[in-house]
Design a protein around this ligand. Structure first.
Ligand code: FE
Length: 280
């Protein structure tokens, strides 16, 4: 992320599909100072280190990904002087489990090449630096604090965002939530149908690469989008759900029809169980 992109992102946080001018003031770009970690979302990558004074967190991802099931670090990174600290965790389902809405071909490329590359690059960039050995969650938050770490932030945040994205989907997902979550959606969006329309449209309207999120802003559910690698984790927003609107997420299956991809995500893949777990 260069300076131009960084300032652009700070200005262009979209809340509920509406541009919030001066969002950098409301959502400090570098809110990840130690001791003021902003969210309790399930952190992808390594288990988080819990510093005194940090916000309460959900159980670490080990609950979903037992330690024994985690792969060892990629051999190509573990060579020579590059100790690996962040693992490329397994998908929570088979590569063909989301078909026909997301094909095995897309997941093989997206998870197996794009996500893997972000993990590998992050591990390379932290080698020999004070970031070495830190959890992915920590690397994202700490590298967001200075433009000199922009390259590391972009790769680490993309690694984090993708891990969160895999968990945001499940086979036979989608549709309206039930119970307390339905009441919450109704309260903050008016209805499930209004939430659905806004989430899809935010994805359609997002210019170029980025992410669409359902987040908790203090006590209110909101839909926001972020550009490039930017992530709510560093904006004092608690991520609950995300979908990837980079072209590599859908182009093999949907070509340029991003609305069809966003609609399939909401109607057939969205993992409300993950949202509920993140809400606590
Ligand atoms: Fe992606």
């Amino acid at each position: 992320m260069n300076d131009h992109q960084d300032s652009k992102l700070s200005r262009r946080i979209l809340v509920g599909g509406a541009l919030v001018a001066g969002a950098a003031t409301l959502l400090p770009r570098f809110a990840a100072a130690q001791g003021s970690a902003p969210t309790g979302a399930i952190p992808p990558g390594n288990p988080p280190s819990t510093a005194p004074g940090t916000a309460p967190r959900l159980p670490p991802p080990a609950a979903k990904f037992p330690e024994a099931a985690r792969p060892s670090a990629p051999a190509e990174i573990n060579a020579a002087t590059a100790p690996v600290s962040i693992a490329h965790r397994p998908l929570p389902y088979a590569e063909n489990a989301l078909a026909p809405y997301i094909s095995a071909n897309t997941l093989a490329t997206h998870y197996g090449k794009h996500h893997k590359a972000y993990i590998e690059k992050t591990n390379t960039l932290v080698t020999g630096t004070p970031f070495a050995g830190k959890s992915l969650d920590e690397v994202v938050k700490r590298s967001a604090k200075g433009k000199q770490h922009a390259k590391l932030f972009n790769n680490a945040a993309q690694a984090w965002n993708h891990d969160f994205y895999w968990q945001s989907m499940k086979p036979k997902g989608g549709g309206a939530p039930t119970g307390a979550l339905k009441e919450r959606i109704d309260k903050d969006f008016g209805s499930y149908e209004a939430f659905r329309e806004k989430f899809i449209q935010t994805g359609v309207d997002h210019f170029s690469n980025g992410w669409v999120w359902l987040v908790l802003d203090k006590t209110k559910l909101k839909i926001v989008d972020t550009h490039d690698a930017d992530t709510p984790v560093v904006h004092r927003l608690k991520p609950l759900l995300t979908t990837d609107v980079w072209e590599h997420a859908y182009y093999l299956d949907y070509k340029n029809l991003r609305k069809d991809y966003a609609t399939a995500f909401v109607d057939h893949l969205l993992n409300w169980d993950f949202v509920s777990a993140n809400l606590g």
